[in-house]
Design a protein around this ligand. Structure first.
Ligand code: BTN
Length: 320
């Protein structure tokens, strides 16, 4: 069960009340808090960007809510039972760093950190992930009952969950192995998995997700509102997180094999000739992509046979 902050409950109650609004007294009674506490929470919500009108007898009326992925907006929209807690705020360094701190301190599986913007967002290969408002920035603590080797498949599972949830919102995306989200051949989002493990047991995994909803100015990138202009950032954040939770639960129950085909159906490079580069940019393999195996490795076909690639960055090869 997701523990929601009282502030988030105040925001959700005002949203549910709509244009009628709610008196301070009614809000206090509904949430089991004092009227002083209600006005304190309303003041904080206003500082977070909520426009809330107040009148002596009519009480409080929500005029607009901030269109960003903050806990107050995301938590009330989450539906999956995996989620236990939702932390974060307007600005954090990196949601992955915060989630890792919580994981090390023993936070339960299903702990989330979400933010409107990041000052130190990180991507794969140590790259910077620009994180201005207008994107989803979210990280989750997972404690999968698997070995460190099985975590590579988990990263594909997270990508599949993101893709399925975006499809449900009306945007058909592709998955670039291992876990980039693409829209119209451009990068829409990415996933960063970090973990702590012993030789045969994973202690925790932090999966961080970044998705461009509005045009964040990232050169060459895609954004969701190109396809569906009405999409709000917190709606995308909650849908994506619930989608990932659903795929994760499938993975924990049956491993990667039962969802492998669903991943392959969305694999953008399937059938294409590609090169795979390592961290230093050196080509480590090339061939025609035929799919992924049950461990999540990319399968490349070459004249001498099929090779399984476990890590690297895929680029399409120029036709010769
Ligand atoms: C990539 O494609 O290189 C992965 C990008 C992952 C970015 C997300 S945004 C939320 C989370 N916090 C981070 O610092 N990074 C991930």
């Amino acid at each position: 069960m997701l523990a929601t902050s009282t502030r988030a409950s105040v925001a959700a109650a005002l949203e549910a009340a709509g244009t009628n609004g709610l008196s301070g007294e009614a809000l206090a009674a509904q949430l089991g808090i004092s009227r002083v506490a209600v006005s304190r929470h309303v003041a904080t919500l206003r500082s977070l960007g909520y426009e809330i009108a107040s009148a002596p007898r009519a009480g409080y009326r929500l005029l607009s809510a901030p269109d960003v992925s903050i806990p107050e907006e995301v938590a009330p929209r989450l539906r999956h039972s995996l989620w236990t807690r939702c932390d974060g705020g307007i600005e954090v360094g990196s949601t992955n760093d915060d989630a890792k701190r919580l994981a090390r301190a023993g936070a339960a599986e299903g702990t989330l950190v979400v933010a409107a913007r990041q000052t130190g967002g990180r991507g794969r290969f140590g790259r910077v992930w620009d994180s201005p408002p207008g994107g989803v920035y979210a990280s989750m603590v997972l404690r999968p009952p698997c070995t460190p080797a099985e975590v590579s498949a988990l990263s594909l599972v997270v990508g599949l969950g993101v893709a399925r949830s975006l499809e449900a919102l009306g945007v058909t995306v592709g998955l670039k192995w291992p876990n980039d989200i693409e829209l119209g051949g451009r990068k829409l989002g990415g996933i960063l998995l970090e973990m702590a493990a012993e030789a045969d047991r994973v202690e925790w995994v932090v999966a961080g997700i970044g998705i461009n909803v509005a045009d964040t100015g990232r050169e060459g990138s895609a954004w969701l509102r190109e396809s569906v202009p009405s999409l709000r950032v917190p709606v995308v954040a909650a849908s994506v997180l619930d989608g990932v939770a659903a795929s994760y639960v499938e993975f924990v129950a049956g491993g990667f094999e039962p969802i492998r085909t669903a991943y392959e159906e969305r694999l953008t490079s399937r059938g294409a000739e590609v090169s795979v580069r390592d961290l230093a940019g050196a080509t480590v393999a090339f061939g025609r992509v035929v799919g992924v195996d049950c461990s999540g490795a990319l399968l490349l076909e070459r004249a001498e046979g099929t090779t399984a690639i476990h890590a690297g960055e895929v680029t399409l090869r120029d036709p010769v």
